[in-house]
Design a protein. Structure first.
Length: 125
């Protein structure tokens, strides 16, 4: 099958979309980050004296709690956006609909992240 590729594409090693490997690596890096961050987040919750509102608020108000929560949510939202992007690109055939859904996907992810950031900063402040 490599005989059908142009010499330039063989030299550069790029696929037809030119961004597939970068997207693949980004998704794997975010997955590895989640493998590390989610157990840390669960461990922090498990160490709470009780599961009351005040204890949860105190956890988020602490610098370590706020940082772990923000990093976990950042990695999760980014990973979600990348995963949905693949689904949209693979299963939506109409270019206009696909482009619109990709924009909505990015806007929803950005909105979720900004909401999480604002909420954590309000509680931590």
């Amino acid at each position: 099958m490599s005989g059908l590729r142009t010499p330039l594409s063989r030299a550069k090693g790029l696929g037809s979309a030119r961004t597939g490997s970068g997207h693949f690596i980004a998704q794997r890096v975010s997955a590895v980050a989640l493998v590390i961050l989610i157990p840390a987040f669960v461990w922090m919750i498990a160490r709470l004296p009780d599961l009351s509102y005040e204890a949860a608020r105190a956890l988020i108000a602490s610098p370590a709690g706020a940082l772990v929560m923000l990093l976990t949510l950042t990695a999760a939202i980014y990973h979600m956006r990348l995963g949905l992007q693949v689904v949209i690109e693979d299963y939506i055939p109409a270019p206009v609909t696909r482009a619109g859904l990709l924009i909505v996907n990015t806007l929803i992810a950005a909105g979720l992240w900004l909401t999480a950031l604002y909420s954590i900063l309000v509680i931590a402040a």
